[in-house]
Design a protein around this ligand. Structure first.
Ligand code: HEM
Length: 321
């Protein structure tokens, strides 16, 4: 991306962002379903929540398909000669998909996404087997970026770096993805009505889910920090390239956002959760607001990551680029 940002760069960045968000949210749909089961709340709307999680997972997997087409298109545009014929374009697309390592990973990614759409669609009917398959496929999707990005290109300790990268994306899903899906299936859409239940009951129910989610979020955040540090250690040749290279500075922006999301999460946990069980709906409203901030920051982190993964690594560039 050195030497000015073209329209194709922006389109490719959007497609990578959608890909990372789609993978994160489809993982979140599965872990949200597991959490609902673990919290085992014995009241009526529970099956509804599971169905809505499956629907969100299905749409998230579906979003991966147009993003994949655009990613393939932008990769090909980079290689094409200006003014080449239509048949040359077709030839180039086929060659890219069929004869390169990137193309092989792309085909696997698309195949898993299609299978995941079907598994989530079947899971909407409540099939446990479909949920298990959807979970395995979402984990498979999380593995694909590692095999087509910086992690796969490192010279030393490649197995460690690729494994760390897969774990990193899995934990992005179990933290940010779960939070986003959990909020979508429990907050705004389930405001209490006099016939269904009282606001206090709603607040207590959400507090129960938050308690079940907190250890998952904290474990995921810790693994993200460890695996992210492994990646950064490998991709930055010296500590100073953190501020002296474009890659390092972009990573610093990401880390600032990670810091903010941790502060928002800690606030939600310390202040928001106890208010959920207080009388009235204010606790749920305040919780909804702070959860929205947390999710928006999570999506921004993914947007910055979508820039980071396509940047040249410092060791391959002169400093201050
Ligand atoms: C201390 C915290 C974190 C550090 C140090 C860190 C660092 C990194 C680094 C260095 C990469 C590799 C980029 C590349 O391939 O060049 C990466 C990738 C990534 N990070 Fe993080 N990160 C952290 C937290 C997070 C969080 C909170 C999220 C989720 C919201 C996240 C989501 C991702 C994703 C989805 C990738 C893409 C992996 C790929 O394309 O192979 N990271 N991170």
């Amino acid at each position: 991306m050195a030497g000015g940002l073209s329209a194709a760069d922006v389109v490719a960045w959007c497609a990578r962002w959608i890909m990372l968000a789609g993978i994160t949210i489809s993982l979140g749909a599965v872990s949200c379903r597991l959490l609902l089961g673990m919290a085992g709340q014995p009241y009526e709307p529970l099956p509804d929540r599971a169905r809505r999680s499956a629907t969100i997972g299905m749409w998230a997997a579906l979003a991966l398909l147009p993003a994949a087409v655009v990613r393939l298109g932008t990769e090909v545009v980079d290689l094409a000669d200006p003014g080449q014929s239509f048949s040359d374009w077709v030839h180039l697309v086929v060659a890219m998909a069929a004869h390169t390592h990137w193309g092989a990973v792309w085909i696997v990614h698309v195949a898993i996404a299609v299978a995941a759409i079907i598994a989530f669609a079947i899971a909407r009917s409540g099939s446990k087997r479909a949920w298990t398959v959807a979970g395995l496929l979402a984990a498979g999707l999380a593995a694909t970026p590692a095999f087509a990005g910086h992690a796969a290109s490192v010279e030393q300790h490649r197995a460690v770096v690729v494994t760390a990268d897969v774990l990193h994306v899995l934990c992005a899903g179990t933290w940010m993805g779960t939070l986003a899906v959990l909020a979508a299936v429990t907050l705004r859409s389930e405001a209490p009505t006099p016939k269904r239940r009282a606001p206090e009951e709603w607040g207590a129910d959400i507090a129960g889910l938050v308690r079940a989610f907190s250890p998952v979020a904290m474990t995921s955040a810790a693994i993200l920090a460890i695996t992210g540090t492994i990646a950064a250690w490998n991709h930055l040749d010296t500590v100073s390239s953190l501020w002296r290279s474009g890659y390092g500075r972009t990573l610093l922006v990401k880390l600032t956002l990670v810091g903010l999301v941790l502060v928002a999460g800690a606030y939600n946990w310390q202040r928001g959760t106890p208010r959920l069980t207080a009388p009235g709906q204010d606790g749920v409203r305040a919780f909804t607001r702070s959860a929205t901030v947390e999710i928006a920051l999570g999506m921004l982190i993914l947007a910055v990551t979508a820039i980071l993964v396509a940047m040249p690594l410092p060791m391959s560039m002169p400093m201050d680029q």
